[in-house]
Design a binder for this molecule. Structure first.
Ligand SMILES: C[S@@+](CC[C@H](N)C(=O)[O-])C[C@H]1O[C@@H](n2cnc3c(N)ncnc32)[C@H](O)[C@@H]1O
Length: 210
């Protein structure tokens, strides 16, 4: 039996993981329900087939994403903490959930091994402000490439540290604030523009002009 199996209280388990790896976890308790709803509610979940979550921890976001995903959707949850990954595998029984012990920086190869080119949306709970500078930039670059055109990178953080990293890559960023939790949470929705499609009418016009 693993340490994760023996702990019956997810919040206590989370806190113990924090004590062991405070820099990588960056929070003493899992994210609150009010923050989860505030980040996920603005997303149109219709037709979403692939979501990637960085740093699922005990799965508070994962459970709510699975509730919103359709039967053909899939959620790939990536965490560097093997205890969290084992905990998720045993506590959430859902074929749509794919738990990966690895780093967010490897999102492209993780998608590729599943024959996926890109994700509809990527959601991150990573503590960007405490990650090494180079690692934070590498994760941002890889995420930008891994989000499909028209998709979003969703982030919740205690600070605005992540904003310039997003603004250097994503053309459109919406921000929000959740005051009903302590400390108040900042939310970011960074959109990757949909590709410009040349309409058949303009194709015909340019062909006719040749
Ligand atoms: C603030 S906790 C968020 C936990 C959970 N999503 C929640 O909302 O309660 C940050 C998580 O990021 C994970 N993490 C840190 N660095 C990571 C990386 N490079 N790739 C994937 N996960 C990472 C930690 O192990 C931890 O589970």
């Amino acid at each position: 039996m693993t340490a994760a199996n023996r702990v019956s209280f997810p919040n206590l388990f989370f806190f113990r993981q924090f004590l062991g790896r405070p820099v990588a976890i960056g929070s003493v308790i899992p994210t609150s329900d009010v923050t989860i709803r505030a980040l996920l509610d603005p997303v149109d979940w219709r037709g979403v087939t692939c979501v990637v979550e960085y740093g699922p921890g005990t799965g508070v976001f994962a459970r709510e994403i699975l509730r919103r995903l359709g039967p053909d959707g899939r959620l790939i949850a990536i965490d560097t903490n093997e205890h969290f990954i084992r905990y998720l595998r045993t506590s959430i029984r859902d074929d749509r959930l794919d738990c990966v012990h690895g780093s967010a920086a490897d999102i492209e190869s993780i998608l590729a091994t599943r024959n996926l080119a890109q994700a509809d949306h990527v959601l991150s709970g990573l503590p960007f402000s405490t990650l090494p500078h180079a690692a934070a930039h590498a994760i941002m670059d890889a995420t930008y490439r891994a989000v499909r055109p028209g998709g979003n990178f969703l982030i919740y953080q205690y600070s605005r540290f992540v904003l310039p990293l997003l603004a250097a890559r994503f053309a459109h960023i919406e921000q929000g604030r959740v005051w009903r939790c302590f400390p108040p949470m900042r939310l970011f929705w960074a959109a990757k523009p949909a590709e410009m499609l040349v309409s058949s009418a303009s194709c015909d016009a340019s062909l006719a002009a040749e």
